[in-house]
Structure formats: C-alpha cells, structure tokens
Design a protein around this ligand. Sequence first.
Ligand SMILES: Cc1ncc(COP(=O)(O)O)c(C=O)c1O
Length: 369
Amino acid sequence: MYYLDEPYVGKKEKKYLNQCVTSGWISSQGPFVKKFEKKFASYIGVKYAISCASGTAALALLFKTLKLKKGDEVIMPALTFSADGFALLQSGAKLIFVDCFPNSFCVDTNAVIKKITKKTKIICPTHLYGFPADLDNLKKICKKKKIYLVEDCSQASGTKYKGKKVGSFGDFNIHSFHNKLIASGEGGMITTNNKKLAKRFEYLKNPPSVNRPEEMDGFKEISLNQRLSNLHAAVGLAQLERLENNIRKKNAMAKIYNDIFKKSKFIDFIKPKKTERVVYWRYTIFLDKKINRKKFIKILKRSGIITRETYLPLHLHPIFKKKKKLNLPNCEEIGKYGLDIPSGVNLKKKNIIFIANKIVEEAKKLSKK
Ligand SMILES: Cc1ncc(COP(=O)(O)O)c(C=O)c1O
C-alpha cells in the first residue's frame, strides 16, 4: 500500500527513546524536551520555542495566551484544518473566514484586508500543504493595524518564504508533529520572539503542582496540563535532526510528480513561486472536472494507492452553518476537485513513478466515461 504520509522512524529515534527508558526520564521533566525546544527555535530562527501536547493544544492555549474575548474578531482562511476553526469557536471570539488566492492553497491578502475592522485582533494564515502564505504583506498590514499575526505552520516545518523559515514572521506561531514533516507521535510547538507571550504560554500549559510548587497553597488561574512528554520530545528531536534530508526527498518526489503530471490534460497542480521553498507535506492534484473523484479514489485503491479528498472548506461544514452562504469560490474549487496523493518520505523513486503513471492513466480513462 502507498499511504498518504507514512513517517520514517529510524535508528536515531530508537537510540533516543532507549535513553529515556534506561534513564527513567519519560515524563515532560526529562532532558529531551528542552533540547528539542532549543534546537527547534534555532532551526526556525526565533528566540523561543515552547513545546506542548499537540498543534490543537498550541492553538487553544495561544488564543488563551492572547486573551481573546467575546467580540474580538479573528480572520482565517476557510481552507484550513478543522482545529483552527474549532479552537477559535471555543475561545468565544468571532470567526471571519476568507477565500484563498486563485490557484493557491493560501489566504488571499486582499480578501483579508477587506475584512479588517476595529475589532480584528488576529490574522491567522495557514501554510497549507507546506506552501507559504503571502507573509510580507500580511506582516505589513498587521504591524500597521496593530493586529497579531499568528502563522499556522503545522504542515510547513522547514518551508521558506524569501529565504526565511515560516514560523519566524508572526508574533506567535503554531506547529504540529502529528505525522507532519516532523512526526513525534503526537506533539506541538509554538515559536515566538516575544518573551512575555512565551512565558505566559509556558504558564498556561503547566498545572501548578509540577512546575510551580509555590502556588500549591494559592491557585491563581486555570492552567491545564498540555505538556509534551520526554518520549515524544526524543522522537521529535531525532526527526528534527533529519528534517532537511526529508525536505530534499519531498522536493525530489514533487519534481517527479510535476514532470509526469504536466504532460496530462486531466491533472493539474500548484507550482511554487521562485521565492518559496515548499516542503510538500502532502502533494495535491486537481482532477479534470469530468472525473468522478469518489470513483477515482476507489479505482486507485485497487492498485494500493491511498488518496484523500482535499479539505472541504470550513464554512461548508454543519458546525459552521451560519457561514454557509459565504461566497469563497477559490477554496470551494480546491475542496471540490483536489486530491491528496501519497507523499511520504519512505516512497522510492520507482514507487512515485508508478503512482504518477497510474494516476495519469486512470484519469484519462475516467475523463472519457
Ligand atoms: C493546519 C493544521 N493546523 C492544526 C493542526 C492540529 O495539529 P494536531 O493534530 O497536532 O493537533 C493540524 C493537524 O493536522 C493542521 O494540519
């Protein structure tokens, strides 16, 4: 079977896990947590990286750290992972969905500008599938209007925008390690240059008993455990040490896919700009409109090729039903015709060629039916 994003777990992960088990340091108090944070901060190019239990936990805690309240507005793309929308719904703030640029996975800056009001507190672009958002312009707007910029880099560890890593532009940025470019089992991180925000995030992810014994006789604020364990950090560090190698493999994979798909009339894909280093968490194709996507998925599965429909934009889900009537044609188009195809680092060149040729062949057949 060729899966979507099977992680590579090697000798280094085993070595570091072994060190946890033999030393007995398996909880979040163990040394790998700080080592992973320090190395991640230096890799992204920020002063602070603070780990937590997941990308979702990072989002929820971040909204709490920034003291979002009812009436505040947060602008985010409708084409993103559920956790962004869910964490925001839970915060009580007002969610403003906007479209992405045409032929892009990322939020349309002009659409964002149109939605800014006096109540806008955060703009939260997602670097979807490892493609970077329009960071220079988003950053300029946020600075001018005194709005927080929060990058969702969950699918984009190592993505570069004009030579700099994503996760270093925003005020406060989130990362996920659930089968992403870094796969630590579960896990998340925030990156920031703001010491005050970093400290508050650290406070909120720790209940008093472990890190603040002085508070045991006088609790001050709710802080629920959202820590990363030493075991997860050990795997995360091993993965981080291999990240650049994995990004090279992902780009080699994308080149093979691009070269084969560009010869097909029935398959399209998004090309990165010269100023971007895309990490291809997942490689996504767009099927000719005549092709029945569900049927296509079933046919590919018979050859062992696992594919998945691209995200249905959040405004079209029942939980966001009040937003159903929004007109966001670019992301709706992606949601309708997009297909994620196997993109894991374990795929060999011959596997990638087989998958691509099969996709081209079946797309041609189905487009005629
Ligand atoms: C864009 C995006 N944001 C947030 C998350 C949430 O991360 P986690 O699964 O670690 O909670 C994910 C996870 O896939 C994601 O893709």
